[in-house]
Design a protein around this ligand. Structure first.
Ligand SMILES: [Cu+2]
Length: 121
């Protein structure tokens, strides 16, 4: 077992070097890599609980479907420039498929301080 150790260390060092070297070579591409677009046509869930949307800030790919579920006892709504869910009672859900990229802030009509945003990329 002891005999394998130096070899493993060597492999580890080589990998580390490869990663670092790669990072330097592709340094100009790093911004592009971290701002990669989220996948299209995904399903996302937002929970409404304790008078808050969670997550309140969600980034999705185009043509993705977001489903809100009200886990509070009282009713809530989701209102954006695109739609108005109407009253959602406890346990009820509302889904919307965001087609176009954009920033879509939303709120609850009954409790305007309840705010969220869907960013479609
Ligand atoms: Cu509400």
């Amino acid at each position: 077992m002891m005999r394998h150790r130096p070899a493993l260390l060597l492999v580890g060092a080589a990998l580390l070097f490869a990663l670092v070297a790669n990072g330097c070579v592709n340094g100009s591409n790093q911004t592009k890599m971290t701002t990669v677009k989220p996948a299209v046509r995904q399903n996302y869930a937002v929970t409404i609980k304790n008078f808050a949307f969670s997550p309140s800030d969600l980034t999705v790919g185009a043509k993705s479907r977001v489903t809100w579920t009200n886990k509070d006892q009282g009713p809530h709504t989701i209102v954006t420039t695109l739609f108005d869910s109407g009253l959602l009672g406890q346990g009820e859900t509302y889904s919307y498929t965001f087609i176009k990229p954009g920033i879509y802030p939303y709120h609850c009509k009954i409790h305007p301080y309840m705010e969220g945003v869907i960013v479609v990329k």
